[in-house]
Ligand binder design. Structure first.
Ligand SMILES: NC(=O)c1ccc[n+]([C@@H]2O[C@H](COP(=O)([O-])OP(=O)(O)OC[C@H]3O[C@@H](n4cnc5c(N)ncnc54)[C@H](OP(=O)(O)O)[C@@H]3O)[C@@H](O)[C@H]2O)c1
Length: 305
C-alpha cells in the first residue's frame, strides 16, 4: 500500500462516473445548497461544492442566509425545495447557529433529497445496512478504504469524534458486515484517549482540533485517516488548512496516512455529487445501491491494486 493515501484518484474516478451517468441517463441534477452565516470551515467546503458543480454538469443553487435568520425561514426554504421537481437534492451546510434546532431541520428534509443523510430515515438505513443515502464524509472514508484495499476485518478501529454527521454514522458503517471492524468511539469525555489511540490499527480522526493527534498517540504501522479540516495561521502568517492528525510528526510511524488538504475532504465533495446523481436517478426511477456505485467506480482501479 502506498504511504500517502491521496484523495485525488478517488475523487477523479467518482467524478468520471457521475459525468458518465449524467450523460447516459440524460440527467439534469440540481441541488439546493443552503449556508447560514459564514463559518470558515463551512465556507471552504461550500465554495468547493459550487466550483465542482459546473465542472460535472450539475447545477448547485447556493442560498446564503444571514446568520440571524430564523428557524422558520430555513424550514420554509427546505419545504419549498422538497416540493420542487427541478431540485433533486438538498444540502444544508452545518454547523447551524445554536438557536436553530438541528433536529427540526433534519426532520424537515425529504429523505429522497437528503444528500448528506441528515434525516433519521437515512441514518436508520445505515444501522440496518439497507441502502439509502449515506453521509458524504463517512462515505469518503469508506471509499478510501475500498480504493486502497484497507482491510478492517478483525482490526481495532478507533474513531475520534461522535457527531451526527461524521463520527456516529461512520462508527456504524465500520460495523457493517462488509467492513467488520472492532470499533471504539472517543469524544471529549473519553478517559485515556491517547492510550486508546495507541492501540488502534486504524485511527480515524473527526474532532476539529488542528494537529491534535501527535506521534506518541499512534501505533507503529497503523493506518491514519484524517477527516479534520482546521484553518490555522502558519509561521509566515498565512492562513492554511491542516487536519486533526499531525501529518509531519506521524508520517514515519504510520503505515499509511491521508493528507489534508487533498485527502478525505476532496472525496467528500465528489461524493456529494454522486449522491446528487443518485437522487436524480431515483427521481427517474433508476435505482442503484452504494455498492453498485463502488463496483462501477472502482472496477478498473481494482485491477491495478
Ligand atoms: N473532510 C470533510 O469533508 C469534512 C466534513 C465534515 C466535517 N469535517 C471536519 O471534521 C471535523 C469534525 O467535524 P464534525 O462536524 O464532526 O465536528 P463536531 O460536530 O464539532 O464534533 C466534534 C467531535 O469531536 C469531539 N471532540 C472535541 N474535542 C475533543 C477532544 N479534545 N478529545 C476528544 N474528542 C473531542 C466532540 O466530542 P463531544 O461530542 O464530547 O463534544 C465531538 O464528538 C472538523 O474539523 C470538520 O471541519 C470534514
Amino acid at each position: 500500500m502506498q504511504k500517502e493515501l491521496s484523495g485525488k484518484p478517488i475523487s477523479l474516478a467518482i467524478n468520471k462516473v457521475s459525468k458518465s451517468l449524467i450523460a447516459e441517463f440524460e440527467l439534469k441534477p440540481k441541488m439546493l445548497l443552503v449556508q447560514v452565516g459564514a463559518d470558515p470551515a463551512s465556507s471552504y467546503y461550500v465554495q468547493s461544492i459550487v466550483n465542482t458543480a459546473g465542472k460535472l454538469g450539475c447545477a448547485a443553487e447556493l442560498l446564503s442566509l444571514d446568520s440571524d435568520c430564523s428557524e422558520q425561514d430555513l424550514l420554509q426554504v427546505i419545504g419549498k425545495a422538497n416540493l420542487d421537481p427541478q431540485i433533486h437534492g438538498i444540502m444544508i451546510q452545518k454547523p447551524l447557529p445554536k438557536r436553530i434546532n438541528d433536529t427540526s431541520i433534519n426532520l424537515s428534509i425529504n429523505p429522497a433529497k437528503d444528500l448528506d443523510a441528515l434525516h433519521p430515515v437515512n441514518l436508520g438505513k445505515i444501522l440496518m445496512e439497507t441502502d439509502g443515502f449515506v453521509p458524504c464524509t463517512p462515505l469518503a472514508v469508506y471509499y478510501t478504504m475500498k480504493y486502497y484495499g484497507i482491510e478492517a476485518t478483525g482490526k481495532k478501529l478507533v474513531i475520534l469524534g461522535r457527531s451526527n454527521v461524521v463520527g456516529k454514522p461512520l462508527a456504524n458503517m465500520m460495523l457493517w458486515k462488509k467492513v467488520n471492524a472492532t470499533v471504539t468511539v472517543c469524544h471529549s469525555r473519553t478517559a485515556n484517549l491517547a492510550q486508546i489511540c495507541r492501540d488502534a490499527d486504524i485511527l480515524i480522526s473527526a474532532i476539529g482540533i488542528a494537529n491534535f493527534v501527535s506521534e506518541d498517540m499512534v501505533k507503529e504501522k497503523s493506518i491514519l485517516l484524517d477527516v479534520g479540516i482546521n484553518e490555522i495561521t502558519d509561521a509566515e502568517g498565512n492562513s492554511i488548512y491542516v487536519g486533526d492528525i499531525d501529518y509531519n510528526a506521524c508520517y514515519e510511524k504510520a503505515l499509511a496516512i491521508t493528507p489534508v488538504p487533498g485527502g478525505i475532504g476532496r472525496i467528500t465533495t465528489s461524493l456529494l455529487f454522486l449522491n446528487l446523481v443518485k437522487a436524480a436517478m431515483m427521481a427517474a426511477d433508476i435505482n442503484k445501491s452504494v455498492d453498485e456505485y463502488i463496483d462501477i467506480i472502482f472496477s478498473e482501479n481494482h485491477k491495478k491494486l
